[in-house]
Design a protein around this ligand. Sequence first.
Ligand code: MN
Length: 425
Amino acid sequence: MIRANDPHLHSWIEIAPESDFPIQNLPFGIFSTPDRDPRVGVAIGEYILDLCVLGRHNFFELIDFDPNVFHRPVLNDFIAMGKPVWRAVRNRVSELLRNNNEEISGDSELIRECLVLQSEATMHMPVKVPNYTDFYSSLEHATNVGTMFRDPETALLPNWKHLPVGYHGRASSIVVSGTPIHRPKGQTKAADQDTPTFGPSQQLDFELEVAFITGKETPLGQSITPYEAEEYIFGLVLFNDWSARDIQTWEYVPLGPFLAKSFASSVSPWVVTLDALEPFRVKGPEQIPKPLPNLEALGNRNYDIHLEVLLQPQHKAASTISHTNFKHMYWSMAQQLAHQSSNGCNIMVGDLYASGTVSGARQEAYGSMLELTWRGTQPLQLPDGSERQFIQDYDTVIMRGHCELNGIRVGFGEVRGQVLPAIQH
Ligand code: MN
């Protein structure tokens, strides 16, 4: 077992039982405050541990790397150092935060220097994303969408159970949680019209997804097997793949999603390492037919992560509109990365691979408004008395995720985004 995952560990920092950030988690992110420029931190309870400060005080001197890598506005250079370094740093941070360790806890001035309240910090994009891929790996989601856009008989296209279907998305418009999203504009064509019109989307949606970030590159021509794939994965974030359904319906044939998706995607700021998720591995659904040999991945390749979506109308309380679990995904992250590289396409440090909408079997587990309201035909009733077919201006969408086992909760925090009206030019 990875030492830092031991459920018996306790920190000298007081951590509420419902916190997503106990000593067993220690996710990495980029933060700043009025007097600290953007740098690498680790979330612990309500605080952020400033790794830049710890590096300056030589707390990582037994690990073979340059701790100046923590004084960067993105995690890319740190994660490029490889899994042995990430793992050693996480283990060292765990040691420094344990209740029997006084290296920091015995020095009140140092505590003030290296701990920042999350409420007083600004979070930034954790990585510079060179490439972004979006998969389509939930059987329930693909079946729902296929049923609505085609018919129940041909809901799943013939390739779906043979490969993890995906498309190349737009990296430039991925933003960190809290960044407002302007309603996209685009070309749409109503079913009863002969010609399209251009204007703000009338069917703005979210997609509940989990994304992984790679921390190791491959040269052109080389492929990764599903069994090697986890060595390439640094960690996971929550991902809202904002989608404009009316633009999508008109544009997507034959080349797939384009402007209906590329206007924005939002990520949670803390990258939960694959190491921290190790105790929450589970077996995925049985795959019939058996995947071809280069996609075969026996063993526990899925992760038990509870997911939820909340919708908050302006000046009103947020309410849960969906809850599901990442463990139901048909194709695992290992298979997705193996498939991505199977043609010899090179993998880069900081690449982001999103799961596709995570939907469960029952209606309350659907991961998009498209499915929750069945393309707008069954509007959601909100506690404030209002109805939603899709997302309205000034609504805020919030996604949360956490794992829980043996009384230990390892969470992601949240990704939130408010929708602002379209900019008219
Ligand atoms: Mn998506």
